[in-house]
Design a protein around this ligand. Structure first.
Ligand SMILES: [Zn+2]
Length: 292
């Protein structure tokens, strides 16, 4: 069952002298929902916008083994809700996964709904390590009034929130930097991790990160051949923000071998120290280096 992609991934982090990889953007969803996500990508429907042949379609136990074999030592599961009323179910499943897979980050989501403030508070108290929200799929703004009771809790707790706010792959009225900017004006100490570097609004999200010391960026898919090229004039600024850029993959929903995105980071030519920060040290600093 050894995945053919394993050796190239291990060679990458071993050459850097790292203990493995810290991947800040991995998804594990309940099997019925995971199947629905795969079907969306297979159909290359209007929210996907292009052919997207998913490479990793094993059941979740096998996918955990692939990550372990590749040396991905820490990763979240990042559930996200597409409508009201499902976050609680996703969160319950994710809590079980976190108990079963000790190196995973206990992940949860929330949605603009009356109950959000209460369940987020309870999850934070219980020790959830990361939240995920997806503005394109969920079709809401970060500053939706139904989330007003959530952000103060998260700002005080410092719990990182992975936000898919950029308009890739297909934008809608809810994507783009607008609601993130408005939210950070009210809650400037929030710990956010902007998925996909905010692509395609890369510059706007880089500006937000430069202005807010707890705003981070994840590299998910951005530097691969599958994504439009990252604006080359922004690359030197990634060096300055190197302590707040984190490796992300989007495993399993990716159309290329896991190692390809690592090549994409290496060819930015920002040096081995930068790669060590991005691929391990920054994740370990933000979430902690070891299993709970
Ligand atoms: Zn994702």
């Amino acid at each position: 069952m050894t995945d053919p992609d394993v050796p190239a991934v291990r060679a990458f982090w071993q050459a850097l002298g790292l203990p493995g990889l810290f991947d800040a953007h991995v998804h594990f969803l309940p099997p019925n929902i995971q199947r629905a996500v795969y079907a969306q990508f297979d159909a290359a429907g209007p929210k996907i916008g292009r052919e997207w042949p998913i490479r990793y379609r094993q059941d979740h136990a096998e996918r955990v083994e692939i990550l372990r074999a590749m040396g991905v030592r820490r990763f979240p599961t990042l559930p996200y809700a597409h409508k009201p009323g499902v976050a609680a179910y996703l969160n319950e499943w994710a809590a079980g996964f976190a108990r079963d897979v000790p190196e995973s980050l206990w992940s949860a989501t929330f949605y603009p709904e009356e109950s959000a403030a209460a369940y987020v508070k309870e999850l934070v108290r219980a020790g959830v390590e990361v939240f995920k929200v997806h503005l394109q799929v969920g079709e809401f703004h970060l500053d939706d009034p139904l989330l007003d009771g959530v952000w103060g809790t998260l700002e005080d707790a410092g719990t990182p929130v992975v936000v898919h706010a950029g308009s890739g792959p297909v934008g809608n009225d809810f994507t783009g930097p607008g609601s993130t900017e408005r939210l950070l004006r009210r809650f400037p100490r929030l710990t956010l991790l902007i998925a996909h570097m905010g692509a395609p609004e890369c510059e706007e999200f880089l500006d937000l990160a430069a202005r807010h010391e707890r705003v981070h960026l994840d590299t998910t898919m951005v530097f691969t051949d599958f994504f439009p090229a990252y604006p080359s004039q922004l690359v030197p600024r990634l060096r300055d923000l190197g302590h707040r850029v984190l490796l992300g993959s989007d495993f399993p929903t990716i159309p290329y071998p896991y190692a390809h995105q690592l090549e994409g980071l290496a060819r930015l030519d920002l040096g081995d120290d930068w790669l060590r920060r991005v691929c391990w040290e920054n994740g370990a600093a933000l979430f902690g280096p070891g299993p709970r």
